[in-house]
Design a protein around this ligand. Structure first.
Ligand SMILES: Cc1cc2nc3c(=O)[nH]c(=O)nc-3n(C[C@H](O)[C@H](O)[C@H](O)COP(=O)(O)O)c2cc1C
Length: 209
């Protein structure tokens, strides 16, 4: 008899093919924040793409991490190629006002084609790194590559964890209330499983013990 009458469906990741693992992972690890990452190549051509295997990992030094998977053919994504070349990137906020553009930027454009132009977002000059940020994002974090960690054997779905040192942050004053970010103004969006996204989640506070 199952505990509380609840049955659990179990999937042994060591026994099922990798392509069947991904949908369960992204459906279970929710909601995921979305790093909207801008980079440049050695000629200054910009690139923009969303990554939801993303989080903050340290405050001293301030570091974040996002994960870039290999393409189905095993090749590296443009974001990773650019970070390998320049060691710099900007993480821009993903919010309701630009959710469509964040999604559109995930299209697999050829290397050297700028998503800024393709999807109609405005580059905003950065202060501490070469890649520009996204003007339409209310928060921009300028980052320098701290280190990367390879996961897997380089085949499709293998990933590179990009750990970035956050050099500084820019926060638009029109999302600030009494000096703090007002989430009803920022309206962050997050990713769930499959094609599903989350917006307008109810915000509540809990006192720390
Ligand atoms: C919301 C969202 C989240 C994504 N998260 C990831 C991710 O965490 N890792 C990844 O490799 N690709 C992720 N993708 C797919 C990339 O954005 C896509 O492969 C993109 O074309 C990479 O661009 P690039 O080649 O210019 O770097 C995501 C796509 C969307 C729409």
């Amino acid at each position: 008899m199952p505990l509380n009458g609840v049955n659990f469906h179990s999937h042994d990741f060591t026994k099922i093919p990798a392509r069947q693992v991904y949908p369960w992972l992204v459906a279970a690890i929710v909601p995921r924040p979305i790093a909207f990452v801008s980079t440049v190549d050695e000629n200054g051509v910009t690139n923009l793409a969303p990554f939801s295997f993303f989080n903050g990992v340290s405050s001293n030094p301030p570091c974040l991490v996002f994960s870039v998977a290999r393409k189905p053919d095993g090749k590296k994504k443009d974001t990773l190629l650019n970070i390998e070349k320049t060691g710099e990137f900007v993480v821009n906020s993903s919010q309701e006002s630009i959710a469509d553009q964040v999604n559109d930027a995930s299209e697999n454009y050829p290397y050297g084609v700028s998503e800024f132009e393709k999807i109609g977002l405005t580059p905003r000059v950065s202060e501490w790194v070469r890649p520009p940020g996204v003007l339409e994002s209310s928060i921009r974090m300028e980052c320098r590559l701290e280190k990367w960690v390879e996961i897997g054997d380089g085949s499709a779905g293998s990933s590179t964890l990009v750990i970035g040192r956050v050099l500084g942050i820019h926060v638009a004053d029109n999302i600030l209330l009494n000096g703090e970010i007002d989430y009803s103004l920022l309206k962050p969006v997050a990713r769930l499983g499959g094609k599903k996204w989350l917006r307008g989640g109810e915000v509540f506070s809990l006192d720390r013990p």
